[in-house]
Design a protein around this ligand. Structure first.
Ligand SMILES: Nc1ncnc2c1ncn2[C@@H]1O[C@H](COP(=O)(O)OP(=O)(O)O)[C@@H](O)[C@H]1O
Ligand SMILES: [Mg+2]
Length: 203
């Protein structure tokens, strides 16, 4: 990774993060969803966003699939590219957090070391949410037909099939998307945000 040149400075604005959070009446954090393809990251992230938005919380979902259309369109799925993908998203999320936004990221983010780097970057602002769902269940959902293609060798380095997934050891929140319905998963996350005083009472 390249070093930041000594000729590059950090330009500090006049409106602080605290000013923005005061205006918004909530804090900025990252809800980092991790889990297998089809485990429900996007579904839950968008459902949580909808509830928060209805309660005037400023939110933004950064979804793995969308980022790969632009910001990370030069990256593939090798280990190195996955690492760089997550690094960029971590930095992007940090900028959003400093704008006082509740950012919801939906990336498989299969490696513990990469998620830990983002945690280090964001500290207390990083909330890791593990979408727990067995490979069998994700495969039976096969939302995008990718498992079928991975099984016949049409997709290389597919998480859970031909590339590993490292589940979080101590995530901040675990949602069981295999057994619990969507509304239960959403409520669990929103309650956590209320308890942590990220947002005022929502539910
Ligand atoms: N409790 C649940 N939470 C999230 N998704 C669920 C749940 N129960 C069933 N599903 C279904 O599982 C699928 C998850 O797909 P998706 O959100 O695209 O996963 P990912 O973004 O992790 O790849 C969707 O078809 C969704 O309707
Ligand atoms: Mg998704």
């Amino acid at each position: 990774m390249s070093q930041v040149s000594e000729n590059i400075y950090w330009e500090k604005g006049h409106v602080s993060r605290q000013n923005r959070e005061n205006l918004n009446k909530h804090k900025g954090v990252v809800l980092w969803f991790t889990g297998l393809s089809g485990s429900g990251k996007s579904t839950v992230a968008h459902a949580v966003e909808e509830v928060l938005h209805q309660h005037s919380v400023r939110t933004f979902v950064v979804d793995g699939d969308n980022v790969r259309h632009g910001l990370c369109s030069d990256l593939g799925f090798s280990d190195d590219d996955r690492i760089e993908n997550i690094r960029r998203v971590g930095e992007l999320a940090k900028l959003f957090v400093s704008s006082g936004t509740v950012v919801l990221t939906a990336f498989i983010s299969p490696f513990i070391a990469d998620r830990d780097k983002v945690r280090q970057l964001l500290g207390q602002d990083f909330i890791e949410i593990y979408c727990a769902c067995s490979l069998e269940k994700c495969e039976s959902r096969d939302v995008k037909g990718l498992y079928k293609r991975a099984r016949v060798g049409e997709i290389a380095d597919f998480t859970g099939i031909s590339s590993p997934y490292e589940a979080p050891v101590s995530p901040d929140i675990v949602i069981d998307t295999e057994k619990d319905i969507l509304q239960v998963c959403v409520a669990k996350i929103v309650r956590y945000l209320e308890k942590r005083d990220v947002v005022l009472s929502v539910i």
